[in-house]
Design a protein around this ligand. Structure first.
Ligand code: SAM
Length: 471
């Protein structure tokens, strides 16, 4: 039985409800009166249900598609302004006991070198990331209770936060590790993590079990209920995601929205972020062996529809995607992107990295400086801000501020101040030449005079050594 408030995976991601949703969407997709009513509802910026959004996904009318894109662009501007938050992944270990058929870290891959960073190596990786200008990381690890137990992950988080090289600091560590226990989530919370991210991979239970034939990840309910345990452990910022290409995208889209609805219904706070990864080529993985790959157009439509269906959520796109695709999706709703990523263990420090441990091929190979400059050329403000969770603006508090527009009063100045820090410490002359006048112009867009004055004064003092002021 379908029940969004239930804590049982098969009730909040109910297979029959998804099938009924897809049938409803097929039946209604040409009913333009209903489609327009749904679009009108989306314009209220309070989101759409999985059924409503699925009708829009199925509708092939060109004028409707244009409206969806225009609305996604507008909602993105209303909730997130022109800021794009920057981050980088840090791979700690590729030891893994799972058998995920799409991932080269699966345990039957005997030729891939296995590597786990020592604390000294973590330190060197973090210094390399700080020297690029990164302030926010997503740590990644395979699942292996012997090689990568929670104690190892916690030790790495402590090491990462303790390193201050030159003016560098990692101020927010998000965590993407396998589903775990309430007790372990509590330990992660106590270690000061930002968002706990876990991709569902696929919401389709039968496919899920085939794609994860062995290892603890085989357990669909344990994996799907992970966010509920994370919330119980005190982590109120959680990040969802589907690995597009594994199953039919319409099924995944409905499942993803049902998961978001469930978090709201059961815990009073929806997903902090939604990631949009697509399967990539990697070591012994050929993405063409999966039948459900989606083209760029469908991918863009999914992004736009997530933006209008869950208007408050951050949308993340990684370097799995090319510059061209990322540029398009930024307009349609993406609010966070990675830059200069390496998806191998030790990837940022040549002497550490064994060859060929990459988790997947990277399409966007540019440096962070180049990505930052490109974003500014497109009219965005790259933001290195990490203030929210450090100021206690998490979970419900963050969502309330975002939904009533007040978050702009801190996010915009924080973005400008951290961008200025980046320009001062790490940028090339070409990037600085674009960034300095941009910051001056954007400071004028801070509505509150008092905030504007404080930010302007802080920015003027960055050159003389001030760092890490935040609203
Ligand atoms: N091991 C953890 C887990 O099982 O959830 C998380 C870390 S894993 C390094 C991060 C994500 O990479 C996975 O959740 C999966 O969606 C994605 N991934 C795995 N293989 C991939 C591939 N070939 N192409 C693109 N993404 C992939």
């Amino acid at each position: 039985m379908y029940d969004p408030r239930s804590l049982k995976a098969e009730e909040f991601i109910n297979h029959d409800e998804i099938l009924a949703t897809l049938a409803y969407a097929d039946e209604k997709k040409n009913d333009l009166t209903l489609v327009r009513e749904i679009l009108d509802k989306a314009r209220e910026r309070k989101g759409l249900s999985h059924r409503e959004a699925s009708v829009l996904l199925a509708c092939e009318d060109e004028a409707v598609t244009a409206e969806i894109y225009a609305l996604a662009e507008q909602i993105k501007k209303d909730f997130y302004g022109n800021r794009i938050v920057m981050f980088a992944p840090l791979y700690l270990s590729n030891y893994c006991v799972n058998g995920c058929v799409y991932c080269p870290y699966h345990h039957q891959n005997h030729h891939i070198p296995r590597k786990k960073l020592t604390q000294e190596e973590v330190r060197r990786e973090v210094i390399a990331l700080q020297d690029m200008g990164h302030k926010r990381l997503a740590i990644e690890s395979g699942e292996d209770p012997v090689n990568n137990p929670i104690e190892y992950i916690l030790e790495c988080i402590n090491t990462i936060y303790s390193i201050h090289h030159k003016n560098g600091a990692i101020r927010r560590v998000n965590v993407n590790i396998a589903a775990t226990t309430v007790e372990n989530y509590r330990k992660l919370k106590d270690a000061g993590i930002g968002t706990y991210i876990l991709f569902q991979e696929t919401y389709h239970k039968e496919s899920y079990e085939k794609l994860h034939p062995t290892g603890p990840k085989h357990n669909y309910a344990y994996h799907t209920e992970a966010m509920d345990r994370a919330m119980e452990g005190g982590i109120d910022d959680v990040g969802l995601g589907v690995l597009f290409g594994l199953e039919l995208y319409r099924y995944e889209f409905a499942g993803l929205l049902m998961h978001a609805e469930h978090l709201e219904a059961a815990h009073g706070v929806g997903p902090h972020t939604i990631s949009l990864p697509r399967i990539k080529r990697a070591d012994d993985i050929d993405p063409d062996t999966f039948d459900n790959g989606i083209d760029n157009e469908t991918f863009a439509r999914l992004c736009a529809l997530i933006r209008i269906s869950v208007p408050y959520t951050g949308i993340i796109i990684s370097t799995r995607e090319s510059q061209e695709v990322r540029g398009r999706l930024l307009r349609l709703g993406v609010s966070q992107i990675s830059g200069a990523s390496r998806t191998s263990v030790g990837g940022y420090t040549e002497e550490i990295r064994p060859t060929d441990t990459e988790q997947f091929d990277i399409s966007d190979q540019r440096t962070l400086d180049e990505v930052v400059r490109w974003l500014m050329e497109l009219g965005y403000i790259p933001s290195f801000c990490t203030a929210c969770y450090r100021e206690g603006r998490t979970g419900d508090r963050f969502m309330t501020l975002l939904k009533n527009g007040q978050i702009q009063n801190c996010c915009h100045p924080n973005a400008l101040m951290t961008l200025k820090e980046f320009l001062e410490d790490y940028a090339s002359d070409a990037t600085r030449a674009i960034g300095e006048p941009l910051i001056e112009r954007e400071l004028l867009n801070i509505p509150k005079e008092k905030v504007r004055n404080i930010a302007t004064e802080y920015i003027a003092n960055i050159a003389s050594g001030k760092r890490d002021f935040r609203f």
